[in-house]
Write a protein that binds this ligand. Structure first.
Ligand code: GTP
Ligand code: MG
Length: 278
């Protein structure tokens, strides 16, 4: 089902959630229109950081937004056009870690690890940066294509918190976009960063932890090679190998029952016809 809700011209006007500073003239919100996209973009981040607010402002849909963590419990999908390319956008439940503990967190983890998004937007709360950088670093371990949306920058400013986003981008090796999704600030910069990373025009160099233990490195490499030959085309085999060595129950189960290759592909997306378009 197609829900082309705004023309490119109309999209340039302010949306419900945006202020007049939202300059997104190249954006066409496509609502739930699906199929034939050029890129898949995942929205990942700690709970309550504004992922669904960003999702809604880019797709025109009405994913549940509210001021408490844990509102998004399943994967939600929508689409938009930008710069003559079609992007499928996937809104994920909030999670503190890729070492997930709850079912919602597993949905987010599995999609980013195994769903092969072209770009992962890590939405970080600028008022709680230290805590949010933990997940950011974990995501940078598993993908070369990420953008950090430094959201709630209005709240940070109100609290006298200044973030040097250029230094942060240099240190993390990926674009960092300060934004206030609720006010529509930074949305066009986010779109441009996502487009650049999707096309490979922004050469990302994600910061990674170097393992200095030769035995661990050898064990991870050997196990990862076995996993890759057992599960054809498995992305992030090294990450899976590390989890197996650590004894992660859900990953061990997925290897045992042969569903490892299916993770991230399962049909857990909510039916967006029920969400409606704004
Ligand atoms: N002040 C301010 N509030 C924001 C901003 N972005 C989102 N919010 C608010 O933050 C709250 C959480 O927003 P959501 O979009 O639901 O957050 P989420 O990350 O999807 O939350 P979960 O699905 O529970 O993980 C809502 O009250 C939003 O209106 C922002 O840039 N500034
Ligand atoms: Mg949400």
């Amino acid at each position: 089902m197609s829900a082309r809700i705004e023309t490119a011209g109309a999209a340039a006007a302010t949306c419900g959630a945006c202020s007049s500073s939202c300059n997104t003239s190249q954006l066409t919100r496509l609502g739930i229109k699906s199929g034939g996209w050029d890129y898949v973009v995942a929205l990942m981040g700690n709970p309550n950081t504004g992922k669904s607010t960003i999702f809604n402002s880019l797709t025109g849909l009405r994913q549940h937004v509210g001021n408490w963590p844990g509102k998004t419990v399943a994967r939600a999908e929508g689409a938009f056009n930008y710069n003559n390319k079609k992007f499928k956008m996937v809104d994920l439940p909030g999670t503190y870690s890729l070492l997930s503990t709850s079912v919602d967190e597993e949905v987010a983890r599995d999609f980013v690890l195994f769903g092969r998004p072209d770009v992962t937007i890590v939405v970080a709360d600028a008022t709680r940066l230290e805590r949010n950088l933990s997940l950011t670093m974990q995501v940078l371990e598993i993908t070369d294509r990420a953008v950090v949306a430094l959201n709630l920058i209005d709240e940070a400013r109100r609290n006298g918190i200044e973030v040097d986003e250029r230094a942060l981008a240099r240190d993390l090796g990926v674009p960092v976009v300060p934004m206030s999704a609720r006010r529509g600030e930074g949305v066009s910069e986010l779109l441009s960063a996502v487009d650049n990373v999707a096309q490979g025009a922004y050469p990302t160099r994600p910061r990674r932890i170097k393992y200095r233990d030769a035995k661990l490195e050898a064990a991870v490499a050997a196990l990862a090679a076995q996993l890759e030959s057992a599960v054809g085309g498995l992305p992030n085999a090294r990450w899976v190998a590390l989890r197996l060595l650590e004894g992660d129950e859900s990953i061990i189960r997925a290897v045992r029952d042969g569903t490892l290759g299916e993770l991230g592909r399962s049909d857990t997306a909510v039916n967006l016809t029920q969400l409606g378009a704004s």
